[in-house]
Design a protein around this ligand. Structure first.
Ligand SMILES: *[C@@H]1O[C@H](CO)[C@@H](O)[C@H](O)[C@H]1NC(C)=O
Ligand SMILES: *[C@@H]1O[C@H](CO)[C@@H](O)[C@H](O)[C@H]1NC(C)=O
Ligand SMILES: *[C@@H]1O[C@H](CO)[C@@H](O)[C@H](O)[C@H]1NC(C)=O
Ligand SMILES: *[C@@H]1O[C@H](CO)[C@@H](O)[C@H](O)[C@H]1NC(C)=O
Ligand SMILES: *[C@@H]1O[C@H](CO)[C@@H](O)[C@H](O)[C@H]1NC(C)=O
Ligand SMILES: *[C@@H]1O[C@H](CO)[C@@H](O)[C@H](O)[C@H]1NC(C)=O
Ligand SMILES: *[C@@H]1O[C@H](CO)[C@@H](O)[C@H](O)[C@H]1NC(C)=O
Ligand SMILES: *[C@@H]1O[C@H](CO)[C@@H](O)[C@H](O)[C@H]1NC(C)=O
Ligand SMILES: *[C@@H]1O[C@H](CO)[C@@H](O)[C@H](O)[C@H]1NC(C)=O
Ligand SMILES: *[C@@H]1O[C@H](CO)[C@@H](O)[C@H](O)[C@H]1NC(C)=O
Length: 416
């Protein structure tokens, strides 16, 4: 439906003063003030804040905030491989380091509570794929070799790594990219040893995304839904950030589109359903976690998994990270809208939760036991590797938070 706008000279002559957005005191029009939902607070400290840097030329990839302006490598500088040891090459093919006992490029961290059998743990995923720059400063990402990509458990009680899981090349491909992680420590999970399972995201920009599962007892790992339509990147996706259409501009390369597949994942509080979506699709999907755990020894494992994917329809934009709460809501970070939306399984719809002009690329959120949702904002669309080498970010990055309504809080797993 399109209404034609007819402006006569007479009407135009009736406009006596110029009402602009910058001075809209005289406006009669409805104005989008850019916000809704609970007020967003700028937080700098809450307990220990861990920071991750995909590398890179930084000296370290995993850090801990020490005060308002400073941070330090975590758990130690020695565990962070120096920049000149991050990559190598074989027959002219670039590879990341295969060092299983040092950090190469940590993409995400997750904290689980202490139990009788486990200390409070910081879990970190290392992609094994640093972003390296040639002499002209053009970025590229070498392939992974076994040993480099890993899931690491660090005790927050003694600040030491107590377990490292690596992957065979048949599970973590050279072009895989570990992006996010969730855990279920229920001892009764099907197809596991009873020591719990990790669900990892392979977001592969090269186009083979999917889920990677790890049995935390045996260290076995396997894939599911590789290249299923529900994990693939959206075709030639052009999102808008702050009202600007976005193409990927990497120096030394032709202009292209955002390439990332599967990105956001969230388990329901009962551990039975995994919600997920690629970064560059507008659709929310889910799958029973039982299908993700079924091992390759079942010849129908992949077919059944595919058959059990549900689409929950479009949500109104691209989304990256997800989070959940005790009420079973699936929060989705919406970088195009400076907002967090949530899907409510009870009414089958996606709703707006909070929107604020400061939420410029929400890059991971977590609900705390204090009933606040914390989000890291990092202005990713302005980073030099996506903008012909020009850094358009303003500093600092920040952690923001707002209170969840109705006493909603962190999911307290029975098994954590
Ligand atoms: C804003 O516009 C109003 C009239 O709409 C005018 O009275 C006022 O002086 C303007 N303020 C500034 C700062 O220009
Ligand atoms: C902005 O608009 C929303 C309605 O869309 C309203 O609920 C909110 O109070 C407004 N905020 C400010 C700061 O005016
Ligand atoms: C923050 O920590 C750094 C490094 O320890 C120190 O040099 C600096 O003085 C501290 N700043 C404040 C404001 O405490
Ligand atoms: C690491 O990558 C950079 C950028 O591509 C390259 O110049 C350098 O030779 C690589 N190092 C090794 C040891 O292959
Ligand atoms: C792996 O990195 C650690 C920490 O930098 C170093 O001590 C160790 O020698 C490296 N191992 C190999 C095989 O290079
Ligand atoms: C976790 O650690 C706290 C503080 O040390 C302790 O009080 C609590 O009993 C521990 N919980 C479990 C389940 O071991
Ligand atoms: C740290 O704690 C873990 C888990 O409790 C334990 O396995 C490891 O031996 C400890 N490491 C050191 C250096 O104390
Ligand atoms: C695990 O299964 C056993 C046997 O069916 C049952 O007794 C136990 O309560 C279950 N535990 C949990 C945590 O569900
Ligand atoms: C789909 O998931 C449900 C719930 O776990 C299960 O009962 C059913 O067997 C699954 N179907 C297939 C084809 O795997
Ligand atoms: C939230 O908790 C308070 C205090 O326990 C209680 O009075 C209130 O009814 C709760 N609200 C909801 C919506 O559950």
């Amino acid at each position: 439906m399109a209404a034609r706008i007819l402006i006569s000279l007479l009407t135009a002559s009736l406009v006596t003063s110029q009402v602009t957005f910058q001075n809209s005191t005289g406006t009669k029009l409805r104005v989008d003030n850019g916000t809704y939902g609970p007020p967003i607070e700028e937080v700098h400290y809450y307990g220990r804040i861990f920071t991750t840097y995909t590398r890179g030329s930084y000296d370290y990839t995993l850090g801990v905030v020490v005060n308002e302006t400073a941070e330090t490598p975590y758990p130690s500088a020695e565990l962070n491989l120096p920049p000149d040891q991050l990559n190598t090459s074989w027959n002219g093919i670039p590879f990341g380091s295969g060092n299983a006992s040092a950090f190469i490029s940590v993409q995400a961290v997750y904290i689980t509570s202490n139990t009788s059998s486990r200390p409070e743990t910081l879990w970190a995923i290392d992609t094994g794929r640093p972003t390296v720059h040639n002499a002209q400063g053009d970025p590229s990402m070498p392939y992974a070799q076994p040993g480099g990509p890993k899931l690491v458990a660090i005790s927050l009680a003694n600040n030491s790594i107590y377990q490292t899981y690596t992957f065979p090349a048949s599970v973590h491909y050279p072009d895989s990219y570990l992006n996010d992680l969730r855990f279920d420590f229920n001892p009764n999970l099907t197809d596991t040893s009873g020591a719990g399972v990790a669900y990892l995201v392979d977001s592969s920009n090269e186009g083979r995304p999917g889920f990677i599962m790890v049995d935390l007892g045996t260290g076995d790992s396997w894939r599911r839904l590789t290249q299923d339509a529900s994990v693939l990147r959206g075709e030639n996706d052009v999102p808008s950030y702050q009202g600007h259409p976005f193409y990927l501009r990497q120096s030394g390369m032709p202009i292209t589109w955002q390439q990332e597949g599967l990105d956001g994942i969230q388990l329901t509080p009962d551990g039975e359903t995994m919600y997920y979506s690629p970064l560059s699709q507008r659709t929310l999907y889910s799958i029973p976690t039982r299908n993700l755990r079924t091992r390759d020894t079942d010849p129908l494992a992949e077919l059944n998994a595919h058959a059990n994917v549900s689409s929950h329809g479009q949500r109104g934009g691209d989304a990256n990270g997800f989070e959940g709460d005790s009420n079973g809501l699936i929060y989705q970070l919406m970088p195009e809208h400076n907002a967090i939306y949530y899907y409510d399984p009870r009414d089958g719809q996606t709703h707006g939760f909070v929107r604020d002009p400061r939420i410029i690329w929400p890059d991971g959120a977590s609900v705390g036991a204090d009933g606040y949702i914390y989000m890291n904002i990092n202005q990713l669309p302005y980073q030099p590797d996506w903008n012909d080498g020009v850094d358009g970010r303003t500093y600092p990055g920040a952690v923001l938070r707002c209170k969840l309504p109705e006493n909603r809080t962190k999911i307290r797993s029975l098994y954590e």
